[in-house]
Design a protein around this ligand. Structure first.
Ligand SMILES: Cc1cc2nc3c(=O)[nH]c(=O)nc-3n(C[C@H](O)[C@H](O)[C@H](O)COP(=O)(O)OP(=O)(O)OC[C@H]3O[C@@H](n4cnc5c(N)ncnc54)[C@H](O)[C@@H]3O)c2cc1C
Length: 323
């Protein structure tokens, strides 16, 4: 994990301050530095880390809404005068929305609707945890677009109604695991260490993978090997493609991505169709105690395509996790 510069300044200042206060004999150049840091740190304290997310429900103001594809938006949120969003790697935000009424009373897309006047969904920002603004990519599931889902998506359609200047209610961090760096995950109070990650994503389930992969590649001491299969409907539905290609190019082989799309054109150079056994065998690290599989995406993709393939290939389901 890379720390902002002021951390080093702060720790150096305190180390030198301690040296001064404990009357230890300082040598050049520490003597001069000690005086500088002691007095500067005494007169103006270093900026304190003040994370926006602290486990309590808060309002976040929308300061940008940009269309990134016919059905998705990039939202940018202000975190006010907090120093950072404060989201550990592999953790997410809860976003609250009013619970809308479907076309058929008591139902949503033909199934009993969730109760209560308010609901929430999880989202993973694509912005860095220490950035001074938070960014979410939201795919909107609109009503009347797909006969199987006449009502569309509840929270994603709520997002579409929001404009710059509006506020959303959020809570967090939430999540089933936290990545601590160098292959170490914290889950259910225990740490687990892996050398390789087999990552499987569909649709907007890509954002937690993006957060994890970016964090690992940003840490030069983290050698965890990552392989990702990313399934989308069409080429236009691939999120963050430029960013992923750049990460892969600069990773010296540490990270490799395979795209697959449902409807491929003749000149599409990657895979086509749903994620299947052959793809997993070809592109993912094989089952081993060094390998963790993490998946995120539509339930149908996970239950009908990925899980049967992983079973067939003999992966240990204690180490097949969902974001
Ligand atoms: C850890 C995590 C991180 C996530 N991060 C993101 C993120 O960064 N960005 C993001 O957009 N989503 C993200 N999601 C998904 C998000 O939580 C919601 O599931 C998504 O926004 C849909 O919620 P909804 O209320 O609009 O749909 P719901 O009302 O819950 O509908 C349920 C499902 O029905 C299906 N559906 C509904 N309408 C249609 C339609 N017209 N066509 C096809 N299928 C349809 C979709 O599969 C939809 O997910 C994440 C999920 C998880 C678990």
């Amino acid at each position: 994990m890379k720390l902002p510069n002021y951390f080093y300044t702060y720790f150096l200042a305190n180390f030198l301050k301690f040296q001064c206060l404990s009357h230890q004999k300082l040598t050049f150049p520490y003597k001069g530095m000690a005086a500088f840091y002691y007095y500067s740190s005494t007169s103006s304290p270093p900026p304190q880390k003040r994370p926006f997310l602290d486990g309590k429900r808060k309002k976040m103001k929308i300061i940008g809404k940009d269309s990134v594809s016919p059905d998705s938006f990039l939202f940018t949120f202000s975190i006010g005068d907090y120093t950072e969003l404060g989201l550990p790697i592999c953790q997410h935000l809860k976003v609250f929305s009013p619970n809308p009424t479907g076309k058929v009373p008591g139902q949503w897309n033909g199934k009993p609707t969730e109760s209560g006047s308010e609901i929430f969904r999880k989202y993973t920002p694509i912005s860095h945890s220490v950035a001074s603004a938070a960014q979410l990519i939201i795919k909107v599931y609109r009503k009347d677009e797909n006969p199987s889902f006449p009502d569309g998506g509840k929270v994603s359609q709520y997002f579409e109604t929001l404009e710059v200047g509006d506020f959303i209610d959020v809570d967090g961090p939430v999540g089933k695991m936290t990545y601590l760096g160098k292959g170490v995950f914290l889950k259910d109070g225990k740490t687990h260490t892996f050398k390789k990650l087999a990552l499987l994503a569909g649709g907007t389930g890509i954002t937690p993978h993006f957060q994890l992969i970016s964090a690992i590649l940003e840490d030069s001491r983290d050698n965890t090997e990552m392989r990702l299969i990313y399934a989308s409907k069409t080429e236009k539905d691939i999120f963050l493609r430029k960013e992923f290609d750049e990460l892969e190019k600069n990773s010296n082989g540490q990270f490799k991505i395979t795209y697959t799309i449902d409807k491929a054109t003749k000149d599409w150079p990657h895979e086509s169709g749903y994620i299947n056994t052959n793809m997993i065998q070809k592109y993912m690290p094989g089952p081993s105690e060094d390998t963790l599989v993490i998946m995120c995406g539509p339930n149908a993709m996970k239950l009908q395509a990925i899980v049967p393939s992983l079973k067939e290939l003999g992966y240990d389901f204690n180490f097949v996790w969902n974001f």
